[in-house]
Structures are given as structure tokens and as C-alpha cells.
Design a binder for this molecule. Structure first.
Ligand code: AMP
Length: 561
């Protein structure tokens, strides 16, 4: 396929905001693709080159791209930057500037999707000495072959800002539309396939080549993390027991969800957001090799940090220092030892176990695991319908500084994603805080005109200053982003890139999961997972919660019942 054709479709996608319309446009495009281009196009419309879990980014910064544009079209860097600051979109800038290109290649042949895609992959994977030079050369030769419109989208792709608004749901609908007579069953099967492969390019290829049966027979593959099952919040233990009778109550550990894939002597570890953390946890890899008896399987558990002297559990924030660590990993292994509590098994020696009831999966898990005291254990569990007994178990978990309980329905299969039923979280609800907005960030893609994340601050009554304590971007409905943008825009003091500082005027009520100590914020504390409740237009900034209140709530954590 010619890149020109893809670009025409980018334009069509960009022109409409209707999800149904976008899915139709994309379906038309997918139908035109040969099998190889199909995969490439699915990655490219998502603005990527690989499935997300591979964590391979193009790694091209705006300044480098400006250098490439300068080299290709001969316009000065100052002029490029001047244009760029007007729109904040380097794609538009290049589209506008390219007609003045000096080296007009008169008989140039058209670019293909294959050329763009394979060359961009080379840019993404270039490393070591001379990588920068290599990237510049590849990008320059691509850009030289582009028409202004192609250049616009090429540059946006390279910078990770394609802005055509194709979310996962739209790709799913487009695959249904392109390769099947639209039926509800197909949607479910595609969701299932995607939950297992986490890669729409792979799903589309199977849909095209082997149809519904092919998709239904997909199995978990070593190396591809699945979309893990999550719990729903329940109001009370009583409510869950009333509805389901006997449940499996498990401690909800305060750690890192860990998906373990084993094949022979090879182990891979993924987080719930599908980050590959195998390199960061060589100690856990070793435990898995010793503790998992099966040749090939996929199990899940929660990894927690423990005190190196006493073995007592430590808070998630301690463990988090290991999760993104790139250097001195061995040192961290010693400094912050870990323990895992396993709670599920999804796959064993070629067999998918997800449709088996929870209680059966737990038994299989117990047979597959060789416990290693204090290091490689099962999640603490009781099976009961006695509310009082479960309440006591809940208290035990909280006393051990864990988050609470997961109540699991005994007959429930493993279901991918959130809000799927089957697992219910019981944890203390925190008091909300009234905080002042002191900054914000412009959104991406279709939300580029909205301020979509907000810097929160508490008040210091002694100085009258506002001390930052977190960044919030969840809990708002679409129209609320718009409203917040309207309210905050007139308060902007200055802008740098996508970030803005605003006058501290607006107070909002914020929920959060936990307060952590943090050197990154002036308050010295940060909210974990802050989420929007409402605007407190009944309060001025001078009535916002204070730093003292934040510290008080921090200290009371873990004691709440
Ligand atoms: P939440 O983050 O509050 O939505 O809760 C879901 C998270 O609880 C999962 O992603 C796991 O990391 C964690 N978790 C801790 N203990 C368990 C358990 N026994 N069963 C399932 N999830 C657990």
C-alpha cells in the first residue's frame, strides 16, 4: 500500500469525531490491506510500531526532529521554531514549510507503508554508538520522499502525536466491520482475543486468516502479557456474602500485581500495566524457577517489599523504587528484598484454565507450587460465609499493613479487565481532601484543546503558600474536562510546552487511595491515585485543606478500620 493512501485515511479519521464513523473508515482501510500491511497499518493508526507491552518507543525528541526538518528542507531552525510555537504541532509546521523545499525530487517514486514502517522500526531500535546519526539519516531520507501532507503525518508519528483519535474500541469495531458480518458474538470473541494477545495487529491477522474459530482458539503465548482481571469495589463484606454466599476471602496485598510466565527455564515477569519487569527482579525469577514445578504455565500473584531484617511487609512505595530501576539492580535486591503471594493460575502445559471456577484454579495452583517460606507463598485465604469471621480476617490484613480483602466468587471464571464481576475489593475509604489547582497540562490527540491533568496543592497557613502534593487526571467526565479548561484558561500565568501554571483560585474535592511521603513535591507528601470528585465552588483557596491536615491523614493510615 502506498503511504499516500494511509495518509488519506488519516485525514478522514481526523475529520470526524464520531466513533462509529471512525470505525467504518478504518474498516474500509483494513479491507484494502494485504496481510503484511494489515499489521503495519494497525500499528500505525495507533501511532505506534509495536504492541504497547514491548515498550519500544521511537525515541525522537522534538529538537532532533527540528534538526531533521532543517536538514531536509533547508529552512532555518529559528523559522521552524517560530512556526512551531504558533500551533504546537510540528506536523502542521512541516506541512506549511515543505513547499519551499530546496531539493525537489521531481521524479520521486511514492513512499509505501512498508518503507515508512520498516524504516521507523530501524529508528526505534537504533542503539549504541552512532545511533543518533543513523536516526537522523533514516528520517531525512524518508522526509525527502514525502509530499507536504505525508510529511505532516510522518512527523506526528515520529513524535508520538498522530492525533487521529483511534482508540482501542474503534480498532475492535473496525476489525468486526471489516472481516465479519457484525454480530454481538464477534465483538466478544475479539475482546477475548485482544485480552489474551494484547496486540490488535495479531488479532486482525488471525481474524482475516482464520476467522471466528481462529480467534476462539487463541491461547496465552509466552512473552505476551494478558489483560489481567481486576476487582470491583464493594460497599461491605455483608453485601457480597449476601449475594454470593460462601466466598474466598484473600488478603489484598499492598504490592505489585505480578504476572509470571514460565517456559522451561525461562521466566518473564509483567506488571498489571504490562510492563516487563523481569530484569528488575532477578530474585523473583530465581524463586519462580525453584518454586514452580510445571514446565510451562502462567500464574499471578502480588509482590511485596519486606524488611530485610524482620521480613515484615513494607509499603508499596518502598517496592516502587525497584520497579523502574535500570542500574545497580543487584544492590536493590539486597536492600529491598521481596516476597510474592500467588493467587491464580491461567495456563498450564498447553491448557487454558481461565474458564475453570476459581476454587479449582486455586487447587491446581497449590499443586503446581512448591512454597518457599517467607518468599514464595500463596495469598492468605479463607473460604467462608460468616461475616464476622471475614471481618476479623479483614482486620488481620489491615493490621499487617495490607490494603484489605479481595472477596472472590468461588464459581467465577477468570475474566479479563475491570468491572467484570467475580472479584470484590474491600478496603477502608479515605477521607477526601479539598485542594487547590496550581497547574495543568494540555491533553494529547483529540484532547489537545483541553487541560487534562491538574497539579494539586495544599495550603500552608503559616506562609499562605500552596504546596504541591500530586497530579490528578482521572475521575472527570468528558464534559468536565471541558469545563475545567474553561475555568482554568483565564487563570493561566505562563505556559511551557504542554504545561501551564495557573493562579491558585480553584478548589476541588479529591479522592485518593493513599498518602505517601514524597521528595518530589513541596508538601513532602503525595497522593497516590488522586481522582476528581467535584469542584468546591463554595470554597475559596484560603479554605482549602492544609499541610497539617495532610500529615494528620498520612499518620492515620493503616489504623482506619
Ligand atoms: P485496585 O488497585 O484497588 O483496583 O485493586 C486491584 C489490585 O489488587 C490488583 O491489581 C492486585 O495488584 C492487587 N491484589 C492484592 N492482593 C490481591 C489478591 N489476593 N487477589 C487479587 N488481586 C490482589
Amino acid at each position: 500500500m502506498e503511504y499516500k493512501t494511509l495518509v488519506e485515511y488519516y485525514e478522514k479519521l481526523e475529520r470526524t469525531s464520531s466513533k462509529i464513523e471512525k470505525a467504518k473508515i478504518l474498516a474500509e482501510l483494513l479491507k484494502m490491506c494485504n496481510p503484511n500491511d494489515l499489521e503495519r497499518v494497525i500499528y500505525l493508526v495507533q501511532g505506534s510500531l509495536y504492541p504497547k507491552y514491548m515498550q519500544i518507543e521511537l525515541g525522537v525528541a522534538t529538537q532532533l526532529m527540528i534538526k531533521v526538518i532543517n536538514k531536509t528542507i533547508g529552512v532555518s531552525r529559528e523559522k521552524i521554531e517560530e512556526e512551531f510555537t504558533k500551533t504546537g504541532d510540528l506536523g502542521l509546521t512541516v506541512e506549511k514549510l515543505i513547499p519551499s523545499k530546496k531539493q525537489v525530487t521531481l521524479f520521486k517514486k511514492s513512499l509505501t507503508v512498508e518503507e515508512v514502517f520498516e524504516n521507523l522500526r530501524k529508528v526505534a531500535t537504533a542503539s549504541g554508538e552512532g545511533a543518533q546519526e543513523k536516526k537522523i539519516n533514516i528520517l531525512t531520507s524518508l522526509l525527502l520522499m514525502c509530499t507536504p501532507k505525508e510529511a505532516k503525518y510522518l512527523v506526528r508519528t515520529v513524535l508520538g502525536e498522530l492525533r487521529v483519535g483511534v482508540a482501542e474500541g474503534i480498532i475492535r469495531d473496525a476489525i468486526v466491520e471489516a472481516f465479519f458480518e457484525k454480530k454481538k458474538e464477534v465483538e466478544e470473541v475479539i475482546d477475548y482475543a485482544w485480552s489474551i494477545l494484547s496486540d490488535f495487529a495479531a488479532v486482525a491477522k488471525i481474524a482475516k486468516e482464520s476467522g471466528l474459530e481462529g480467534l476462539k482458539n487463541i491461547k496465552i503465548e509466552f512473552g505476551r502479557p494478558i489483560q489481567v482481571m481486576l476487582g470491583e469495589k464493594a460497599e461491605s463484606i455483608e453485601e457480597v456474602v449476601k449475594e454470593f454466599g460462601k466466598v474466598a476471602a484473600e488478603w489484598k496485598y499492598d504490592g505489585m500485581r505480578t504476572l509470571i510466565m514460565k517456559k522451561g527455564n525461562k521466566i518473564l515477569l509483567f506488571t498489571r500495566r504490562q510492563e516487563n519487569v523481569t530484569a528488575q527482579f532477578p530474585d523473583l525469577v530465581e524463586l519462580c524457577i525453584k518454586g514452580i514445578k510445571a514446565e510451562e504455565c502462567v500464574v499471578e500473584g502480588e509482590t511485596i517489599a519486606v524488611n530485610p531484617k524482620t521480613g515484615d511487609p513494607l509499603a508499596f512505595q518502598v517496592l516502587s523504587r525497584r520497579i523502574h530501576r535500570k542500574y545497580e539492580i543487584e544492590k536493590m535486591v539486597e536492600k529491598i528484598p521481596i516476597r510474592i503471594h500467588l493467587f491464580d493460575i491461567l495456563y498450564l502445559n498447553g491448557e487454558m484454565l481461565i474458564s475453570k471456577p476459581l476454587i479449582e484454579r486455586r487447587k491446581i495452583l497449590e499443586n503446581v507450587i512448591e512454597k518457599i517460606e517467607g518468599k514464595f507463598e500463596l495469598a492468605k485465604q479463607i473460604i467462608s460465609d460468616d461475616v464476622k469471621e471475614i471481618e476479623e480476617f479483614y482486620q488481620e490484613s489491615l493490621n499487617a499493613k495490607q490494603e484489605g480483602l479481595m472477596l472472590k466468587v468461588l464459581t467465577s471464571p477468570y475474566k479479563f479487565g475491570r468491572h467484570v464481576g467475580g472479584w470484590y475489593k474491600i478496603k477502608p475509604t479515605m477521607e477526601s481532601l479539598d485542594l487547590v489547582i496550581v497547574g495543568a497540562t494540555w491533553g494529547e490527540g483529540s484532547r489537545a484543546n483541553w487541560l487534562t491533568s491538574y497539579e494539586l496543592a495544599v495550603r500552608d497557613p503559616d506562609t499562605g503558600n500552596f504546596l504541591r502534593c500530586g497530579m490528578m487526571s482521572t475521575g472527570l467526565k468528558e464534559e468536565e474536562y471541558e469545563m475545567m479548561t474553561e475555568i482554568l484558561k483565564p487563570l493561566i500565568i505562563y505556559e511551557k510546552g504542554k504545561e501551564v501554571k495557573v493562579r491558585p483560585k480553584i478548589v476541588i474535592e479529591v479522592k485518593y487511595q493513599e498518602i505517601q511521603k514524597s521528595p518530589n513535591y513541596e508538601a513532602g507528601y503525595a497522593l497516590r491515585f488522586p481522582s476528581f470528585v467535584r469542584i468546591r465552588d463554595d470554597k475559596g483557596p484560603e479554605e482549602a485543606d492544609t499541610i497539617e491536615r495532610l500529615i494528620e491523614l498520612y499518620k492515620s493510615q493503616g489504623k482506619v478500620g
